[in-house]
Write a protein that binds this ligand. Sequence first.
Ligand SMILES: *[C@@H]1O[C@H](CO)[C@@H](O)[C@H](O)[C@H]1NC(C)=O
Ligand SMILES: *[C@@H]1O[C@H](CO)[C@@H](O)[C@H](O)[C@H]1NC(C)=O
Ligand SMILES: *[C@@H]1O[C@H](CO)[C@@H](O)[C@H](O)[C@H]1NC(C)=O
Ligand SMILES: *[C@@H]1O[C@H](CO)[C@@H](O)[C@H](O)[C@H]1NC(C)=O
Ligand SMILES: *[C@@H]1O[C@H](CO)[C@@H](O)[C@H](O)[C@H]1NC(C)=O
Length: 228
Amino acid sequence: MDNNKQPQLNSAYYGPTIPPTEQPHQHSHRRRGCCCCLLNILWITLVSIIILVALAILIFYLIVQPRPFKFTVTEAKLTEFNYKNNTLRYNLVLNFTVRNPNKKLEILYDKAEGQAFYEGTRFNTTGVNTWFNSFRQYTTTTNRTSGVFTGQQLMVLDRDQLSHFEENKRSGIFDIDVKIHFTIRFSLNKFIPGDMKAKAKCELKVPLSSSNGSTVAAFKLTKCDVSY
Ligand SMILES: *[C@@H]1O[C@H](CO)[C@@H](O)[C@H](O)[C@H]1NC(C)=O
Ligand SMILES: *[C@@H]1O[C@H](CO)[C@@H](O)[C@H](O)[C@H]1NC(C)=O
Ligand SMILES: *[C@@H]1O[C@H](CO)[C@@H](O)[C@H](O)[C@H]1NC(C)=O
Ligand SMILES: *[C@@H]1O[C@H](CO)[C@@H](O)[C@H](O)[C@H]1NC(C)=O
Ligand SMILES: *[C@@H]1O[C@H](CO)[C@@H](O)[C@H](O)[C@H]1NC(C)=O
């Protein structure tokens, strides 16, 4: 059926009986060619722009080399960590170091807020030392700050969690997670692009200090995971 139709169509187009059809046909052919070359130019321009932008970003990264800051817990002092009657009483003081490893970028810490967790339950939120809020950290420097978590928290531990707590209590070392939420900005000389959220996650093993200040072991310096 199709084979029969096509020759008919062809003969209608190229048939010598209708000469005017040839001219419009040629015309549309030329126009389509022009369209094609316009499209080609557009396409080439677009690809060039994309390549240029990619190159610019690459060069920017190579020159600036933005790297996340480093966050470390250098000292942890736990003077109280008691779970009784579904209530956790705690007193934890942490010392941190914050390092900006960037050679070109300064970091502005607009806000830093710490949360402490035991067995997946948050037991306190604290502002990491207030001077650290709206703090400008220069390139390749390290600064110190600290956070205090103290108070009491209603908390219901299930049987597994309770046995983990008893185990921690026996060993004198508690598994406490701390998360610090930051709002930061990078600064390249005066140029400051938008805000950024960053998070440091620290999985700590904190020895409890007895009343005379002795602990079963010294606290081991702990590096935190920093992510954006
Ligand atoms: C435990 O808590 C309840 C209220 O939640 C209170 O009535 C009771 O006295 C508490 N027990 C102890 C030993 O603190
Ligand atoms: C921890 O911080 C406190 C106050 O910020 C300071 O007095 C103490 O010396 C620090 N400890 C260490 C080991 O850096
Ligand atoms: C941060 O560290 C730099 C370099 O060590 C120091 O000059 C600056 O005073 C520190 N800032 C604070 C607030 O401690
Ligand atoms: C958290 O710690 C602060 C002191 O930094 C204390 O005043 C507050 O009561 C604590 N919050 C809770 C829920 O225990
Ligand atoms: C005080 O510390 C010593 C170790 O330095 C320890 O043997 C002793 O049990 C501690 N005393 C109390 C009351 O915790």
